[in-house]
Design a protein around this ligand. Structure first.
Ligand code: 5GP
Length: 113
């Protein structure tokens, strides 16, 4: 089912887009949890990590390539950053369109609280 991220991909609602390819869109999180908080999403509607199939290999690879490019562009590649994907209820997933959170701009705390 289409989520708010599909509406962002289709330019039906606004977002601050920082990077785009044929397979991937990246934009600023509306409620940032760190000085830099970018969401990297596939244009294909894949609800969760559980729904990734072998056909999606190229898309997932493109998402990681996008992360590396964005981190360099934003000047945080060397100091470092964190990449997170939440899955379903226990993972705390709220938007059921696969995405990576790219978090950086400060030294981050413990992984799990
Ligand atoms: P999740 O909890 O599913 O891993 O993360 C969803 C993320 O999407 C949250 O960090 C939330 O702030 C962000 N988000 C939700 N709605 C919007 C929106 O309309 N625009 C943007 N840019 N981010 C959103």
């Amino acid at each position: 089912m289409a989520t708010i991220f599909t509406k962002i991909i289709n330019r039906e609602i606004p977002a601050t887009i920082v990077y785009e390819t044929d397979n991937v869109l990246a934009f600023k999180d509306i409620n940032p949890a760190a000085p830099i908080h970018i969401l990297v999403v596939p244009k294909k509607e894949i609800p969760t990590v559980n729904d990734i199939t072998p056909e999606d290999r190229e898309i997932i690879g493109d998402m990681y390539l996008a992360i590396g490019k964005i981190a360099k562009d934003l000047g945080i590649a060397e100091e470092g950053y964190r990449v997170i994907t939440n899955c379903n209820e226990y993972g705390g997933q709220e938007v059921f369109h696969l995405h990576f959170h790219l978090l950086g701009g400060k030294k981050l705390g413990p992984l799990v609280s």
